[in-house]
Design a binder for this molecule. Structure first.
Ligand SMILES: Cc1ncc(COP(=O)(O)O)c(C=O)c1O
Length: 314
């Protein structure tokens, strides 16, 4: 985050956060509420994951649990990995990612551009399944047990959720505290819950709605499945999702999400990935139930540039 009110940063980590929030006026339902998207694609690696990577690695270094030259290990669908690779480069750390061919190849390339070592776990048929995630996790755990290694622990470290607290505070400031619903798809659940924490810290308590792909309705039906929305629907209970804080959980068809990505780019100029498309589909549904002047806020998780050459934009 830019600390002194100017755009001057001491290093590239200072360029994280303070992202714009954009109203989707053209997609608002007649007689319904306003739709706002916190556009996180403007972070240095094009994703809100930069917030959590900086939080996890900086706090670990501050505690003395991680030192310059150490190796950071994580299993990742690529956005977290790219963010960890970026922050590791800035902080003088090495980074090894356990990745898979089920995720965008451009994400592998981005991690490697930041100097990361990327190990590929084969998916078989290109889909994200609970079995694939379990194999990636086991491989990362084994590597992290080696000397001089630090497990970033995107599914367990309390520093992950804390990294998104500023995003919630920014939303509160951007919209003068007027937020009626906060809705977002969940992988770990950290972005949604961290944003809710930041909003609450600013005295703002909207309804909180979590989303998952209809093709992997683990939270809504108890059974996961194969789907193609990168970053969400991880096949097990999202560790940071605080069910007591949720007002609703909805399953959204991934094909509506991908169509929304294409519509967003052409109709509004927002260039986003599949999870953002899913978020906007749900935000429009929720806006139908709001009064004019009420606001639903969702997250623009990352930039569509990460998905060029994949199945979303063809
Ligand atoms: C593109 C994308 N969208 C959404 C998410 C979900 O975020 P969270 O894990 O904080 O719930 C992720 C997480 O990996 C992601 O990479």
């Amino acid at each position: 985050m830019v600390e002194d009110g100017t755009m001057r940063c001491e290093d590239a980590l200072g360029a994280i956060g303070n992202t714009p929030i954009v109203r989707l006026k053209g997609l608002e339902p007649e007689g319904g509420g306003e739709i706002w998207v916190k556009l996180e694609g403007g972070n240095p690696t094009g994703s809100y994951k930069d917030r959590m990577a900086a939080s996890v690695l900086r706090r670990a270094m501050d505690r003395g649990a991680l030192r310059r030259g150490d190796r950071v290990v994580e299993y990742t669908g690529g956005s977290t990995g790219t963010a960890l690779a970026f922050v590791s480069a800035v902080l003088g750390l090495r980074f090894t990612a356990v990745f898979s061919d089920a995720f965008s190849d451009s994400k592998r390339q981005a991690m490697e551009a930041f100097g990361a070592e990327v190990l590929i776990e084969p998916s078989g048929d290109g889909t994200i399944t609970p079995g694939l995630i379990a194999r990636m996790k086991a491989r990362a755990h084994a590597l992290a047990a080696e000397p001089g290694s630090f497990y970033a622990d995107q599914f367990g470290s309390p520093d992950v959720r804390a990294g998104y607290d500023p995003m919630g505070r920014e939303i509160a400031a951007d919209l003068d505290g007027h937020v009626d619903v906060l809705v977002a798809a969940v992988g770990t659940g950290a972005a949604l819950m961290g944003a809710a924490d930041g909003l609450a810290a600013a005295g703002v308590r909207p309804r909180i709605v979590a989303l998952e792909p209809l093709q992997s309705p683990l939270l809504t039906t108890g059974t996961g499945g194969a789907h193609r929305v990168e970053g969400i629907g991880v096949g097990f209970a999202p560790p940071f999702l605080d069910r007591d804080r949720l007002d609703d959980i909805r399953a959204i068809d991934q094909d509506r999400a991908f169509a929304m990505c294409r519509q967003l780019a052409r109709q509004t100029g927002l260039f986003c990935g599949g999870s953002t498309g899913l978020n906007v589909v749900a935000a429009i549904d929720l806006a139908r139930g709001l009064e004019p002047g009420q606001r639903v806020v969702t997250l623009g998780c990352d930039t569509g540039a990460k998905y060029l050459g994949g199945h979303i934009f063809g």
